[in-house]
Design a protein around this ligand. Structure first.
Ligand SMILES: [Ca+2]
Length: 463
């Protein structure tokens, strides 16, 4: 009786906590399409105010087209990602330069395992391990490339470059606003893959098939996440938190529509199935495994792959209702600060997530607690001399391009990176000079315009 009521109290307490701690400002997707927070300007400091979605009828995304709250739109002006772009954005007042929408830098919206956007001058490189380039690069492809080489970190840059490493020197490579890592991945234009001189860095455990977790809380993703999980996957993860009385699981993303694919939670000691989910039986509430050792199992058959799942776990420790590793997410939401440009963004950043697991915890914490430098105001006024300088630069670039191309043809140079990727990453297509010289930001810029007509027609981006 006592133990039963204690357990009931614990679960009730956890549900209460999770319902408040699993805040709408957190993101578990790579591009923040699940962001439902209240930031209503493009940056917390010096950002542009967002327009209300019910007042943007001249644009493709508005409440007339999505009247029932679809994709998070409504009679508000919060940043959203309704079109599967690489991050939350919003419409802004038209500018002379034709800009009518902008990405939002939302510090709280970063999926666990995404350590942030960092500068990369290349001298020295931010991540110094193996690297490859590919015009089919995706986040998962790069992570998998680095994971197979036993690196802890994987970084994507400029949409087509992948770098691996184990250490991140913050004194050399400062963190940048997320909006500076807004280039599309060439292999999946809904994913962000860094920027010009900007590298987005991930923990290589994201999307792995299995792993061992011992920290009091964390997030596990389906294999190959954020890509679709592959066919014929059989994966086990162990979650063992010594001293815990229960481990509670909360599915924040569950896209497993196939009834033949399934996710199971098992008692780690008895191998008893505590809960089983599939396409016909998606998870509803928090799942409680009343032991300190749980196993997560995933199986997919040969057909009908999908996006997969993200599951948050939290270990429960004492009968007093206190939690192991108290989450910090329930800091004040950013709505108050979002409307106040002068407020400090640090608290929001600290509230991002506690992605702290074993060997990477120190590194991750360092990354998470760096204060994001706020973007300065840009492209407001362009002096006349800049036009001449740009023209000269353009000419030089054209000359350099032609020269490089001719050299390439004549010498059949081996200077371009070669791919030695294993079969999962084996598309040897990056040696064409135009891939290197093409600026993916151009794709990103025109993407939303094209969307309003007939979709993304960029020949460079995979469909
Ligand atoms: Ca399947």
């Amino acid at each position: 009786m006592d133990s039963f009521s204690t357990a009931a109290l614990l679960v009730a307490g956890f549900l209460f906590r999770t319902s408040s701690s699993h805040s709408a400002t957190e993101c578990y997707s790579a591009n923040g399409e699940d962001y439902r927070g209240r930031q209503n300007q493009t940056s917390l400091r010096g950002g542009l105010p967002c327009l209300y979605w019910n007042e943007t009828l001249q644009h493709p995304y508005n409440t007339l087209k999505f009247p029932n709250g679809e994709r998070g739109l409504g009679p508000h002006n919060y940043c959203r990602n309704p079109d599967g772009d690489v991050g939350p954005w919003c419409y802004v007042d038209d500018h002379e330069d034709g800009v009518y929408w902008k990405y939002c830098d939302v510090p709280t919206c970063r999926m666990p395992g995404n350590l942030g956007c960092f500068m990369d001058t290349g001298d020295p490189p931010t991540l110094t391990g193996s690297s490859e380039t590919s015009n089919r690069l995706t986040i998962e492809r790069c992570i998998s490339y680095c994971r197979e080489r036993r690196y802890q970190l994987a970084g994507m840059e400029a949409g087509y470059a992948c770098f691996c490493g184990n250490h991140l020197d913050h004194s050399l490579h400062g963190q940048s606003p997320s909006t500076e890592c807004n280039h599309v991945c060439f292999g999946d234009h809904t994913q962000p893959c860094g920027g010009d001189g900007r590298i987005v860095i991930f923990d290589t455990r994201v999307g792995s098939c299995g792993g061992n977790y011992t920290s009091p809380s964390g997030v596990l993703y389906s294999p190959d996440y954020p890509d679709r999980y592959g066919p014929g996957r059989v994966c086990y993860w162990t979650i063992q938190v010594h001293g815990a009385t229960a481990i509670l699981f909360d599915f924040t993303i569950f896209d497993v529509p196939d009834w033949a694919d399934m996710v199971e939670l098992l008692d780690g000691y008895t191998n008893q199935v505590v809960a089983r989910f599939d396409g016909g039986n998606p998870p509803g509430n928090t799942v409680n495994v009343t032991t300190d050792f749980a196993i997560l199992y995933f199986y997919s058959d040969r057909t009908n792959e999908a996006r997969g799942f993200a599951v948050r776990y939290q270990a429960l420790k004492s009968a007093g209702g206190s939690f192991v590793g108290q989450p910090t997410e329930e800091e004040p939401e950013e709505d108050s600060s979002a409307t106040d440009p002068e407020s400090e963004p640090e608290s929001d950043l600290e509230a991002t997530t506690e992605w702290s697991n074993d060997s990477l915890s120190q590194n991750s914490n360092q990354v998470l607690y760096v204060i994001t430098s706020t973007p300065s105001e840009v492209d407001r006024k362009v002096p006349a001399w800049t036009v001449y300088a740009m023209a000269a630069l353009l000419t030089l670039v054209v000359i350099a391009t032609v020269t490089k191309f001719l050299l390439h043809v004549v010498m059949r140079s081996t200077a371009y990176p070669t791919l030695e990727a294993p079969d999962t990453c084996g598309q040897n297509v990056a040696s064409d000079p135009w891939v290197i010289l093409y600026r993916p930001s151009t794709i990103s810029f025109f993407k939303k315009k094209l969307k309003s007509h007939q979709g993304d027609l960029s020949p460079l981006v995979g469909h």
